[in-house]
Design a protein around this ligand. Structure first.
Ligand code: ADP
Length: 319
């Protein structure tokens, strides 16, 4: 039975509506407040759970995290490996949203960055999903352990590690890299700074960069590269054939675009769930339609985690 572990972050996102972003020394009253569950680990685990996967979230919160953990569990995520860290608060994103649409964010990593036991337990898991919102040493330890155990791993490097980290990254332990077009450029820059024709479209630039990254010295040819390109859809460099080509799939049509927050996390979670469903030998192209349809529904709804659809709703649209 396929079983996935997400080792990642949990945040409480707090949104303050304001006439303008607070200036140094200024105190102003907010005109609105809302709170939601966030953190890429939480969002992606929730998406995998909503997609029907057997998924466990390994993360850390403070004593104030009970409510968000309950919400994550409601998506079908096993939260038995979420630890409550004494004396720490749950990670927080404090988001100021000004009347003119400008955003300003304070991120407090809190329990996400509290020392963990250092123990890597992947017994019984077939898949591992990682982002970059926990200490890098933890991410690397899990990735190396997965590589050693032959567990399929998926990495969504957000926020982007430094060039030094990327250049020395254990790419040979990784199975699937999921990036957006900006992240793809950042990773490639760690290996190859050859400038590309400035006139290329977003899609053609990403295709060229995926080929360049696949062939770059220091990267691993065994890593499949999946690049989401926003409303345009996704590009996939599968590595199963003898001559990897980049295949393009246009995005599923959203009925209306309300809020694109969480689209990337929906894609990553659904991608892992579909990998588990179809098996790792299936061409990646077979997984993509379900992932894209899930993303289209996410962008039709406000919020991040709360906008991620259940598998049945995605299938109904595909039918
Ligand atoms: P990220 O949030 O990581 O930057 P993207 O913006 O690339 O991720 O979005 C991930 C996926 O969500 C895309 O591949 C696409 O399928 C879908 N998506 C994003 N924006 C739209 C949109 N406006 N309409 C339809 N689908 C969208």
């Amino acid at each position: 039975m396929p079983k996935a572990l997400v080792r990642g972050s949990i945040n409480i996102d707090e949104f303050y509506l304001l006439p303008h972003i607070v200036r140094p020394g200024e105190t102003i009253a907010s005109t609105g407040f809302s709170r939601s569950t966030g953190g890429k680990g939480a969002n992606q685990a929730y998406a995998a759970g909503r997609a029907g996967a057997n998924v466990v979230l390994d993360a850390q919160v403070g004593a104030d995290g009970a409510e968000v953990v309950k919400l994550i569990a409601s998506g079908g995520v096993d939260v038995s490996r979420v630890r409550v860290i004494d004396g720490e608060v749950t990670g927080r994103a404090i988001i100021q949203r000004a009347a003119d649409g400008e955003n300003s964010i304070v991120l407090h990593p809190g329990a996400n960055f509290a020392p963990s036991s250092g123990e890597v337990d992947l017994a019984g898991y077939t898949h591992l999903l990682l982002q970059n919102e926990i200490p890098l040493d933890d991410t690397l330890a899990y990735l190396r352990a997965a590589g050693k155990a032959g567990i399929k791993s998926v990495y969504n490097p957000s926020p982007m590690p430094s060039r030094e980290v990327l250049a020395a990254f254990p790419w040979d332990c990784l199975s699937y890299l999921i990036v957006n077009e900006g992240e793809l450029s950042d990773i490639l820059a760690a290996f190859d700074d050859t400038p590309l024709d400035a006139k290329l479209s977003v899609k053609d630039r990403a295709i060229a960069q995926m080929h360049a990254l696949h062939g770059a010295k220091g990267f691993a040819k065994s890593v499949a590269i999946v690049t989401t390109i926003g409303p345009e859809g996704v590009l996939v460099l599968d590595v199963k054939g003898p001559h990897p080509e980049v295949a393009y799939s246009p995005a599923a049509k959203a009925r209306k675009v309300v809020d694109t927050t969480g689209a990337g996390d929906t894609f990553a979670g659904y991608f892992v769930a579909m990998l588990m469903d179809k098996g790792d030998d299936a061409p990646i192209a077979e997984l993509i339609p379900t992932c894209l349809q899930a993303c289209a529904i996410t962008v039709e709804n406000a919020g991040a985690l709360e906008s991620i659809p259940a598998r049945a709703d995605v299938e109904a649209r595909l039918a």
